[in-house]
Design a protein around this ligand. Structure first.
Ligand SMILES: NC(=O)c1ccc[n+]([C@@H]2O[C@H](COP(=O)([O-])OP(=O)(O)OC[C@H]3O[C@@H](n4cnc5c(N)ncnc54)[C@H](O)[C@@H]3O)[C@@H](O)[C@H]2O)c1
Ligand SMILES: O=S(=O)(O)c1ccc(CO)cc1
Length: 488
């Protein structure tokens, strides 16, 4: 039987790669073939950028804001109508449990379009009246105009959610996009093309090119002379490479990059809630969430009890097939990524860590032996300068260490090159505010993790990114302000 194909989407049509380059998209559950993907070469990337440019001068560019917002609501409605198609596609690529994709990935994929359509409709303008020597004065007002053609480079961990988190505000602001989804997860970006066409989004507004990073569609797109901005989510090193790609043409970038996030648990915390919260932060999505917690600091009086409870909690989580309702943990995204994660598991052992649980590959049976399975893992006893405590692993693992004072906890949490997120657990109100204000991150949760209001600013400090998106903050990246000065 011929395997299904995943095609580039350009000008509202699915096109095969002209140069006959195809790559395999394999399931991380069992290594089976999900689809053959058409890799975009220079001609396809150029065609996508041209289609996007042309659309800015067509019906999309002339469309009133209210109608644009209505279309984006229709996109969201159509994603919801085709919920199961998106669910199957996302799970086929990632192997994540249906329960997780059903609760998080697909609903958020739809919600992004609704939220940003509404945000853009409700943004007030800026106006200044000025005096002039002739006494008649002048009026200044700022127009927000779309930036143009936006290159969207997306990662594989929350493919639809993180791609639409960029595409929705870009389109709401009147731009057009060329999306390069991760080579690991091309399916939902491709499927979204059908949705765009069905609801009547004009050709060229939403385009998708498939492929890899360096020397492939990712680099071809970010180096293309006719893109106006790049928005990227992924590894810090890739962000640096993209920055170099756009440097000669001085294009703006918005970067959501890696993290090595801390969790701080005070002895006064609601113990059970903290265990549950840290377990999710460390292990949900098999630890493949940039906001996840890989460093946990626990106040000494509850340290031993906390480590035991965290171990019990995660050992009770079922690892297995995505469609099994009891499954909590799926595989990693690929065997290649598993090699990286297992490399850190090895380093931890060699560094003298106490392996509280996990540390290897689970027995998932012969059916799944070609998948990318890994055990959730907890360590204690490593020094703070160990690579396992300093580098982003992006797997289901955390190192837990005791602390004695609030000052020490803040110092430990901030002792990192990254600055994305933190989760703090305490029932003392003043402590909560005091600590949150001192942690050098883009988002600090108190008694919560991954609770997102899409109107709030989101992004990272230090090596975790450049800029903030979310709510009106997205407009700062996806529009330009043009001041009009009218002499009266
Ligand atoms: N801060 C955030 O919001 C956030 C969210 C999710 C993931 N992440 C980070 O993403 C990483 C995991 O995702 P990943 O492995 O897909 O990241 P990645 O950087 O390897 O790849 C991301 C995307 O960039 C493309 N790419 C790679 N090299 C490129 C190049 N030179 N030019 C243009 N495009 C290129 C890839 O093909 C892919 O589409 C982790 O580091 C994680 O922390 C960050
Ligand atoms: O801002 S969000 O779109 O909610 C979001 C969720 C997860 C991550 C990290 O993987 C980044 C942004």
């Amino acid at each position: 039987m011929t395997p299904p194909t995943t095609l580039n989407f350009i000008g509202n049509e699915y096109l095969a790669g002209g140069s006959d380059r195809w790559f395999d998209n394999r399931s991380p559950v069992d290594g089976s073939l999900v689809s053959r993907v058409a890799e975009a070469g220079p001609a396809e990337v150029d065609a996508a950028v041209r289609a996007a440019r042309a659309a800015l001068g067509g019906p999309w560019g002339r469309m009133p804001l209210a109608q644009r917002a209505q279309l984006l609501h229709a996109v969201a409605d159509e994603i919801e109508r085709r919920f199961d198609d998106f669910l199957q596609a996302e799970v086929a690529d990632t192997g994540k449990p249906h329960s997780l994709a059903r609760r998080l990935d697909i609903p958020r994929g739809a919600a992004n379009f609704k939220v940003f359509a509404d945000v853009v409709k409700n943004v007030p303008g800026e106006f200044f009246e000025m005096a002039t020597p002739d006494g008649k004065g002048a009026l200044n007002y700022a127009l927000r105009v779309p930036k143009g053609v936006i290159a969207v480079i997306a990662p594989w961990n929350l493919p639809l959610l993180l791609m639409t988190w960029k595409v929705a505000p870009a389109l709401a602001c009147g731009n057009t996009v060329v999306v390069k989804p991760s080579e690991e997860t091309p399916s939902t970006a491709a499927l979204l093309g059908e949705v765009m066409k069905t609801v009547g989004v004009p050709p060229g507004v939403y385009n998708v090119v498939h492929g890899f990073g360096p020397g492939s569609a990712g680099e071809l797109l970010t180096r293309h002379a006719d893109i106006d901005a790049v928005t990227f989510t992924g590894e810090t090193g890739t962000g640096a490479a993209i920055m170099r790609s756009v440097a000669d043409r001085v294009r703006p970038v918005s970067f959501e990059l890696g993290g090595k996030n801390a969790g701080i648990v005070f002895a006064d915390a609601d113990f059970d809630a903290a265990v549950e919260g840290i377990a999710k932060a460390a292990f949900e999505n098999t630890g493949q969430v940039c906001l996840g917690t890989e460093r946990v600091y626990v106040e000494r009086p509850i340290f031993e009890r906390f480590v035991q409870a965290l171990k019990d909690k995660v050992e009770g989580w079922q690892i297995g097939r995505p469609d099994d309702a009891a499954t909590v943990l799926g595989p990693l995204i690929s065997r290649q990524h598993r090699e990286k994660v297992l490399g850190y598991y090895r380093l931890a052992r060699e560094g003298g860590a106490t392996v509280v649980t996990g540390g290897g590959v689970p027995d998932v049976g012969s059916d799944l032996q070609d998948g990318a399975w890994v055990q959730p893992t907890i360590w204690t006893g490593l020094p703070e300068d160990h690579p396992v405590v300093r580098e982003e692993i992006f797997g289901p693992c955390c190192h837990v260490r005791p602390f004695d004072t609030e000052e020490e906890a803040v110092r430990l949490a901030n002792d990192t090159d990254y600055g994305l997120a933190c989760t703090v657990w305490t029932t003392q109100l003043q402590r909560a505010h005091r600590v949150a204000s001192q942690i050098q991150v883009g988002i600090c949760w108190v008694n919560a993790w991954f609770l997102r209001d899409l109107r709030t600013p989101f992004g990272g400090s230090k090596l975790s990114g450049i800029g903030r998106e979310g709510g009106v903050h997205s407009l700062e990246f996806y529009t330009e302000l043009r001041n009009v000065c009218v002499k009266l």
